[in-house]
Design a protein around this ligand. Structure first.
Ligand code: NOJ
Length: 726
């Protein structure tokens, strides 16, 4: 590979080399200038082309007309599926099921590769501890341990066993690094993170992706501690290549190189190109005009050496070689048509959606619904019959008519003779439009007049009155989560809360199905609504999955990947904080509100009951560097087979730094039959006991005592301990 890449490099002009470092957006048809640039071998990659015939056409131009016949790399935001849409990434993380996550991205890769896409701008592995930040939807939530495991599973799913595996694509871990900590949760705002936070919380999922062999890394948009991430040599060079030995290539986020000028960091575009290039950005993702256009001149002026230029181009050529693009640059368009949206992927998507949903409340076992008592069902809410919102954000090439709304799913799954009455009740929309809507065309539904609003609201309440049970589907529209979709509030948008209260006031039992990616304000609902299921954005088969869950054909077992605040004022709130001063007042740090979350990290109910017992730690004492085994019995004392996620938390009692009150260090999702007991083992190793200390500015493992807890959420109470000796 190295030899083939070097043989090419020897023949390439500086313009051709920089061409390999250049990527442009293409939303519709290429213009003559773009085609001629490709024919000259001066463009290495494109993004947003998804039509296999256009991909083939452009690939023909690159391979047949360019001097050195170097194929193009086609990238795309394959975030949670291409044509078949899977639950959004935060939902898949809530499954705590690495096998399901890997399978989902394997299926997504298959569809993408079939149309000629070689490279996904996913997984997003940014830790998000502020749910106001809209991109919380794309990650695995608030926890570095869960986030690292999910990152690796996604990389395995996209890439398969090696880069170039058939039906697989190259993955990108993004956005390097700290993007999720944007001040105020405002997308793109600057980030200030201590080294300890970076090392212990924000970097680990990236390290995990690198260890799993991820082919590329995307540099983030924002300033990190005053230095834009895309011009940050410490991050891109010292940490990524130096410490971690990353051998793939770094791509900038879209327009992020040009943005170095906007940041007030680079003097002009030429300086921006130099700053990004020398920091370690291999490929510039540009909108239309690339800053990297300036690199050939910089090379000729002696500002960059041929070794530097070759080192930047080499991993991109190697990626194209590994992918087999020199031998097989084209795709079979007929095969692509067969693969897109095939039953196999739909089944995977259904399974993933069922495994992702989190049951937050279920009083008096309202769920699963008993068909006999519920002949007449009211289905209410602005998201109840939406085929677009159910697939969530970052969805561009699916076919809307292929997705199943909640109402449609219920009709498919409910016992024969069940009557459904649907009423939307309220409309919800963004105050400021999303730029995605501007590019891809937003919702064209006319806005209701005031008279219509009243009429629809009253009709919904009336519909509830005549039902045996009400299913309300509330939350956020898909364009309220994702990029440029931050929110200053966690309240149910529009008049949904009012509608919920009016419907509940009818006295009918209400099942609330939540569709969103951020934890919404549920203080009232968590006391007054008997059943609440967080369905996230469950994807193409979402309606069927939700219906299967409501009717007990699938049993919820998802667990929250973040703490669910009571109120936006508590943000950020996460279980793994340090103890600090007056821990006895931990629960009352505000005078007006509890300072605990409404639902803790790791929380989620089932239709059965589980008990944890017989906690066994196989060593009372270990030496530094050694590991140990923790075993626990999980018993299903209910009447249905179900999954439980056993979770292990550790706390270090003293050391070089204060350590979090507890931290997740192991989890297993297991299936347990009624009456059955399963023993679950956790392996605690050196890595679990090591952290980056701000006191020594280094990684340390202290000789000290550890507490551990095992259970079904981050409040687990089954306790053990062990000591680490020198
Ligand atoms: C900007 C986003 O931040 C990034 O995640 C995405 O991959 C690119 N746009 C390309 O769409």
């Amino acid at each position: 590979m190295r030899q083939r890449a070097d043989a090419l490099l020897q023949q390439m002009t500086p313009e051709e080399k920089v061409g390999q470092l250049s990527q442009l957006f293409l939303f519709t048809k290429p213009d003559a200038a773009m085609e001629s640039r490709i024919a000259k071998g001066q463009l290495g990659a494109l993004l947003f082309v998804t039509d296999p015939s256009l991909i083939n056409h452009l690939q023909h131009v690159a391979v047949e007309q360019s001097r050195l016949h170097i194929p193009l790399l086609f990238g795309f935001d394959v975030i949670h599926g291409l044509r078949t849409i899977f639950p959004v990434p935060i939902a898949m993380a809530a499954s705590w099921d690495l096998d399901t996550i890997e399978r989902a991205q394997t299926a997504a890769a298959k569809e993408a590769r079939a149309v000629g896409i070689h490279w996904a701008f996913a997984p997003m592995v940014d830790i998000a501890r502020d749910p106001r930040w809209g991109r919380i939807v794309e990650g695995a939530g608030a926890d570095p341990y869960l986030g690292s495991a999910v990152a690796a599973a996604q990389v395995r799913g996209f890439q398969g066993a090696y880069i170039g595996a058939p039906d697989h694509i190259v993955a990108t871990a993004k956005h390097f690094v700290g993007y999720g900590a944007a001040e105020g949760g405002r997308d793109y705002d600057s980030v200030d993170l201590s080294d300890a936070q970076l090392r212990n919380v924000y970097l680990p999922p990236f390290k995990s992706a690198v260890d799993a062999g991820v082919g590329s890394i995307m540099s983030a948009y924002m300033d990190l501690n005053g230095v834009p991430a895309t011009g940050n040599r410490w991050l891109l060079h010292d940490v990524l290549r130096g410490e971690w030995n990353f051998g793939g290539f770094v791509v900038s986020d879209a327009n992020a190189v040009n943005d170095l000028e906007t940041h007030g960091f680079a003097a002009d575009k030429a300086d921006a190109a130099m700053r990004a290039f020398t920091a370690g950005v291999n490929m510039e993702m540009a909108l239309t005009k690339d800053a990297y256009d300036n690199l050939p001149a910089a090379y000729k002026a002696g500002k960059i050496t041929s070794e530097q230029l070759d080192a930047a181009v080499r991993p991109i050529l190697e990626t194209k070689i590994r992918l087999g693009l020199f031998e097989n640059p084209y795709v079979d368009e007929a095969r692509a048509a067969q693969i897109l949206g095939a039953t196999e992927q739909k089944n995977e998507s259904l399974r993933a959606a069922e495994r992702s949903a989190v049951l937050l409340r279920n009083e008096h076992a309202l769920l699963p619904l008993q068909g006999a008592n519920n002949r007449n069902i009211a289905v209410i809410g602005p998201l109840a019959d939406s085929k677009r919102d159910i697939t969530g954000p970052w969805v561009f090439v699916n076919k809307e008519q292929e997705s199943v709304s909640v109402l449609e799913g219920l009709k498919q799954v409910a016992p024969q003779g069940t009557q459904f009455n649907y009423s939307q009740g309220v409309q919800i929309s963004r105050k400021f439009p999303s730029f995605f809507d501007a590019i891809f065309g937003g919702d064209k539904t006319p806005v209701w007049t005031e008279a219509e609003q009243k009429q629809e609201f009253d009709k919904a309440v009336q519909t509830a009155r005549s039902a045996d049970v009400v299913v309300m589907v509330l939350g956020e529209r898909q364009n309220m989560d994702g990029e440029a979709a931050s929110s200053s509030s966690l309240e149910l948008p529009g008049r949904q809360q009012e509608l919920l209260e009016a419907v509940a006031a009818t006295g009918k039992p209400v099942v609330l199905v939540l569709m969103s990616a951020r934890p919404l304000e549920l203080r009232w609902a968590s006391k007054n609504i008997p059943a609440i299921l967080d369905a996230w954005y469950p994807g193409t088969e979402g309606g069927v999955a939700i219906a299967n869950l409501l009717y007990g054909k699938a049993v919820p077992a998802g667990k929250l990947p973040y703490d669910w605040p009571r109120d936006v004022g508590q943000v950020p709130i996460f279980y793994s904080h340090d103890i600090t001063h007056q821990p006895e007042h931990q629960g009352t740090r505000y005078w007006n509100e509890e300072s605990t979350p409404l639902f803790p990290f790791g929380y989620g109910l089932s239709y059965t009951n589980f008990q944890f017992s017989n906690l066994h730690v196989n060593h009372e004492q270990i030496h530094r560097g050694e590991g140990l085994d923790v075993a626990v019995d999980v018993r299903n004392s209910g009447t249905v087979t179900a999954d439980e996620v056993a979770q292990l938390y550790l706390h270090q009692q003293s050391g070089t730094s204060s350590r979090p009150i507890r931290e997740l260090k192991g989890f297993h999702r297991v299936t347990v039959a009624p009456g059955e007991t399963k023993t679950v083992h956790f392996n605690v190793d050196k890595a679990d006991l090591t952290y980056w200390s701000a006191a020594t500015r280094s990684w340390v493992q202290d000789d000290t005592r550890f507490d551990l807890w095992v259970g079904d959420d981050s409040n687990a109470s089954l306790h053990g301990s062990f000591t680490v000796a020198p």
